[in-house]
Ligand binder design. Structure first.
Ligand code: NAP
Length: 256
């Protein structure tokens, strides 16, 4: 898949851009010439991203904020900053996500609530708050980060709350696609297989075993760059008639 970066939109917001897939998305969109707004909860990780992209930060092409997308006040702050500085939003990527527990009946209700707040409700709330900004773009796109675990109960998908949050996010993606089509706004999802990232925490053994078992195409990890290529494609004019799609980037994880 090749994407003509010269045609890519310029004002981009990526939640959770301070590590893993989000950091890969920040790099890819900055390389395309975009101005990128991003955020994360941990100040040290935000500072590290700013240091990594010192020139882009100094020139105002990267605006990295400390904040939590589950908090209404932070969503309002983020939208207010983009409104004041850019006046519109071309691409909104709901990347921030968490796995807080594993198990079917052993996860705490607190973990369930926080997982749904982060992975499902925050993307709805931020999309809703961004509508005026998206409406001012000539070709706005919203992209959600789903998962190979969204539509399957494979035993390698160990967190019920996570899988359910991503299943809900897939349906939210489709409903938003339908609701926003009359305004010319496209909404799509990308569903990665296993990407080596902080999200896996200590579960590196499970991570490697899942790749060996489920990534039937070459038993390789999906990389943040693989995911970014799919997101850039969906954000490009080449995807102008694609909406409501969930694009798998999973090395065959979900084939069986
Ligand atoms: N890694 C995989 O195998 C995989 C597979 C399929 C889908 N995904 C999805 O891809 C997305 C990115 O995952 P990843 O693997 O890159 O995880 P990661 O390395 O843990 O990165 C998650 C990012 O989101 C931020 N974040 C988490 N909660 C937040 C909140 N409430 N408010 C603001 N920022 C928040 C984190 O920073 P702070 O912690 O500092 O807030 C970090 O920047 C997630 O939606 C995940 O479900 C991952």
């Amino acid at each position: 898949m090749t994407t003509d970066t010269a045609e890519l939109p310029r004002i981009v917001c990526i939640t959770g851009g301070t590590s893993g897939i989000g950091a890969g998305l920040v790099a890819a969109f900055l390389a395309s010439g975009a101005t990128v707004y991003t955020c994360g909860r941990t100040p040290a990780k935000v500072a590290q991203l700013q240091a990594q992209w010192a020139e882009a930060t100094a020139s105002g092409h990267l605006i990295a904020l400390t904040g939590d997308v589950t908090e209404a006040a932070f969503i309002a702050e983020l939208v207010a900053i983009i409104t004041a500085q850019a006046g519109r939003l071309d691409v909104l990527v709901h990347n921030a996500g968490v796995i807080l527990a594993s198990g079917d009946l052993s996860e705490s209700v607190t973990a369930w609530r926080m997982t749904l707040e982060t992975n499902l409700i925050a993307p709805f709330a931020l999309t809703q708050a961004s509508l005026a900004l998206l409406a001012r773009s000539a070709a706005a796109v919203v992209i959600t980060l789903s998962s190979a675990c969204a539509q399957h109960s494979f035993h390698t998908c160990t967190s019920s709350s996570y899988s359910v949050s991503k299943a809900g996010l897939d349906l939210l993606t489709q409903r938003l696609a339908l609701a926003l089509a009359p305004r010319g706004i496209r909404v799509n999802g990308v569903a990665p297989g296993v990407v080596a990232s902080d999200m896996w925490g200590e579960a590196t053994g499970l991570m490697a075993a899942t790749v060996a078992q489920r990534h039937v195409l070459q038993q390789q990890f999906v990389t943040p760059a693989d995911v970014a290529a799919a997101v850039l494609f969906l954000a490009s004019p080449q995807a102008r008639l694609i909406t409501g799609a969930i694009l798998k980037v999973d090395a065959g994880y979900t084939l069986g």
